[in-house]
Every structure is written in structure tokens, then in C-alpha cells.
Design a protein around this ligand. Sequence first.
Ligand code: SF4
Ligand code: SF4
Length: 273
Amino acid sequence: MNDHGHVRAPTYGLHVALAGTKTSCMMDSTVIKRKALELGADMVNICAVNPGWLFRTSKVPTSEGTVRFARVLVIGVAMDPEAFRVSPSAAIKEETHHGYRRMEEIALALGDYLSRLGYNAYSAGNGEALSIPLAIDAGMGTLGRNGLLLATECGPCLRICKVFTDMPLLPDARPERVLAERCAACTICSDACPANAIESGAAPSHERWRVDRHRCGKYWKETSQECAACISSCPATWEDCRTRPAEHAVTKEGTSVQPSPPCDGATRAAHED
Ligand code: SF4
Ligand code: SF4
């Protein structure tokens, strides 16, 4: 736990390829995605590793040495939006911790799986690289005004972990527009933020809408609360709410997730009250 009572970014680590086990042909990326879904991921896409998103302290080898991790599997772990109905709350804290635990289990197990196929892998939670830009590069969603990924499956109500690898996986398509179009005409999260930390103009003042992390952090520290108003207030959390899709379907073209029934009207109406 850190000073704010948050869970620290998990650090996972390297999985070394088992000698002599490398598969002789390029394994279909779909098989790896299917495995990630089996392990409990709610979303999984692939992108090339942009070194610009790696932390300066990252230990992931991308350009030098005999091992080069050129691909990353970006894994979305959906959280239960019902836990986010009231912010701040103990339920948010518990669901956040639950998300971190699932991230760790899935990323470690997938890294281990890749090593057994003969490839090197590096599993990471929040560490090693910026997760949201990687998720956007991997085509998992767009960037919201709230500074979070608005994932196609569950809006901003998810956590993201990564598995870097030297396996020659097929990248998914990046969206043409990085910023979520819907946010230009919506200021709900900005209005809901108790720290007044989220930019409110229709057009972003920089390349994206600014979220003042210092104001946000100061609010967390002063209140000793895990605020998540920018998740609980966002309509995308509720319109797309799918805590755990009932069934996953993987196609040749990539991963698609069978949508579970949308939120019923009562749920959404209660949130909007
Ligand atoms: S976590 Fe709370 S304080 Fe921080 S940006 Fe989101 S709504 Fe604002
Ligand atoms: S609340 Fe509205 S503006 Fe904020 S991230 Fe969600 S859709 Fe975008």
C-alpha cells in the first residue's frame, strides 16, 4: 500500500522460454488471445511495442540484445460497475483490489504459457509502460476526457495489464481517432470531479483533455478516500456495463466478445437520478 492507501503497481517479471520447445511455425495470435480469455481476461488485443510508452526504468528489452520484445498483449480486466455506484466507497476499494489480483494472476499465467511455447515474455501490471496508450494502440478503445481508456467492452470500468513478448504476434488495428468523440459533447465526469481536476472545454487544450493529477492526488490524500467519480459518473460505465461476458468468441480476424445483455433501464435510470 502507498501513502494514499492505494495498492502499489504490481511488478511481475520475466518468463524465460523453455529451451527447445519453440513452436516451429508462427502460432496464430488468435490462439494466444483465446488462452488469455480462458485465463480470465475480459478483453485482449495486441500491438507493437512503442518504446515511447515504456518507463525509463523499464526492464523490458525492446531493441537490444538477443531477446527483443516487439509485441505486447494488452489485457483488460473488467470491474463490476455496481461496485462503483457510489464514490468514494469501500466497495470501490475492494473491487479495485480484486481487479489487481486478477491482473496479476492472468498476466503471470499468460507469460508462463508463452514461455512453455518457447517464447520469452515479461508480465507487467501497471509497471514497465503506460497501459492506456498501449491499449489504444491495440485497438481496445479511445481516450476519454477523464484520462481513462473508454474500452469498447466496459467503458472506463476496467484495469489493464500487459504481457510483452518476442513471439511474432499479429497486431490489432489502432483506431483512427485516439480521443473519444462522445466526450466533446459531454462534461459529466468534469462536473462530477470533486477536485475540479478534469478539463471541461469541448475541445482539448492539448493533444488530450487535461487531468490535473496533482489536484486528484491531493484530494485523495486529504480525504483518505479512493475517489472514482470519473468512472462512476461516466455514462460509458453503465451503457456498456458487462462485468464478465457470459461467453467469449474468438474469430480468425481477432477477438470478439459476445455482448452480454445491456444494463436494464432501471439500472441506468437509477444511476442518472
Ligand atoms: S479520481 Fe476523483 S478526484 Fe481524481 S480525477 Fe477522478 S473524479 Fe477527480
Ligand atoms: S463522462 Fe462523458 S466526457 Fe467524461 S469520459 Fe465519460 S463520456 Fe467522456
